[in-house]
Write a protein that binds this ligand. Structure first.
Ligand SMILES: Cc1cc2nc3c(=O)[nH]c(=O)nc-3n(C[C@H](O)[C@H](O)[C@H](O)COP(=O)(O)OP(=O)(O)OC[C@H]3O[C@@H](n4cnc5c(N)ncnc54)[C@H](O)[C@@H]3O)c2cc1C
Length: 309
């Protein structure tokens, strides 16, 4: 067995990657199949994911659009009560930020609404593969010339006034933590999550060095009786888990895995939600293993976005 410290990483590189590369990089965390990433792998991976309905992968990339339209067209969009879209009115245009999943499902639900059709038509022109099986050419409607759509690059989103920055700038963080921490993190409902699956990962495989990895508990000092007891429990658990795998599936064997098991999870949400998470997860009442990663992460986010945090 392996014992490691918890850690986190703000996924800046993926912010600058294309949508499909971002989706693949996040989606593969579930299967821990990152070794399969090459220059041609992203498109087939994302298409398969969309076909199989593994929809949360499609939440892992957002797009911010600047839209000019009439008041009637805008009211028609608001009347749909779009749940997962962030919408703000600036002086001369409307800002709309949403994930690929949100745009796909909004089009399926209300593609006949001119503003919805115009936004999705714009996205399809650049990323047709992300709307396969969904885009039908605009429900046979003509292009509405009074609606103008443009994409805001990340630098433009970063330059938005503070209140819009908090709502429209999304940030992804990959955590390597224990299963108790992931269980708490996923309670934050506005976020999108993808996490290492104990159903698909078989820790007896070579790529896992044929062993289970555990997160070092911050509660017990190495060398103490308590740490020794914890270590013994993990060793025995690993032995039983590996034995079960000789005749059972990973989903059956995982029933013996404990909270200390290492899990990778990507959390993706806007800065406003990160601020809310930090307000709950860095304070003394929060769980200490959660604070262990959230306190330094909050400090890093504050350095990047001092106006928001
Ligand atoms: C110290 C601590 C102890 C805890 N103990 C327990 C426990 O013993 N048992 C337990 O089950 N949970 C526990 N929790 C989890 C806690 O109850 C929340 O589920 C979790 O912290 C998510 O936070 P949230 O609900 O404020 O906001 P999020 O889910 O992060 O949502 C952000 C905001 O969106 C809004 N929102 C989202 N969904 C809804 C909705 N459906 N209705 C209305 N508004 C919504 C709210 O304004 C909310 O503030 C604990 C959390 C903490 C920090």
């Amino acid at each position: 067995m392996q014992i490691i410290d918890p850690s986190y990483e703000i996924q800046d590189d993926l912010d600058r990657a294309s949508l499909v590369i971002r989706l693949e990089a996040c989606g593969r965390i579930c299967y821990k199949s990152e070794e399969k990433i090459d220059k041609d792998s992203a498109l087939p991976f994302v298409k398969k994911i969309a076909e199989h309905g593994h929809n949360s992968v499609m939440e892992m990339a957002v797009v911010t659009l600047g839209v000019k339209c009439s008041g009637v067209q805008f009211d028609a969009l608001l009347a749909l009560e779009p749940k997962y879209l962030f919408i703000d009115c600036l002086d001369d245009e409307i800002l709309v930020t949403a994930s690929i999943r949100s745009f796909r499902e909004l089009y399926q639900r209300a593609g006949q609404t001119p503003l919805v059709a115009a936004m999705v038509r714009f996205l399809v022109s650049a990323h047709p593969y992300l709307f396969e099986g969904v885009w039908d050419g605009g429900h046979g409607q003509e292009v509405v010339s009074t609606i103008e759509v443009r994409k805001l690059e990340l630098t433009a989103v970063d330059a938005l006034p503070d209140e819009y920055l908090a709502r429209h700038r999304f940030a992804g963080v990959k955590f390597i933590v224990n299963r108790a921490v992931t269980h708490e993190i996923v309670r934050h409902r506005p976020c999108s999550f993808l996490q290492e699956s104990q159903r698909y990962c078989r820790y007896s495989q070579d790529k896992f060095d044929n062993q289970v990895t555990f997160i070092k508990p911050m509660f017990f000092e190495e060398g103490t009786v308590e740490f020794g007891l914890w270590q013994r429990a993990m060793e025995e658990t690993e032995e039983i888990y590996l034995k079960l795998l000789e005749s059972s599936t990973p989903q059956a064997a995982r029933t013996v895995l404990p909270n200390s098991c290492k899990t990778e999870i990507i959390v993706y949400c806007n800065l406003a939600e990160w601020k809310h998470i930090f307000s709950l997860r860095t304070v003394p009442a929060a769980e200490p293993s959660m604070r262990e990663v959230m306190i330094p992460l909050a400090a890093e986010m504050k350095e990047r976005y001092p106006a928001v945090f």
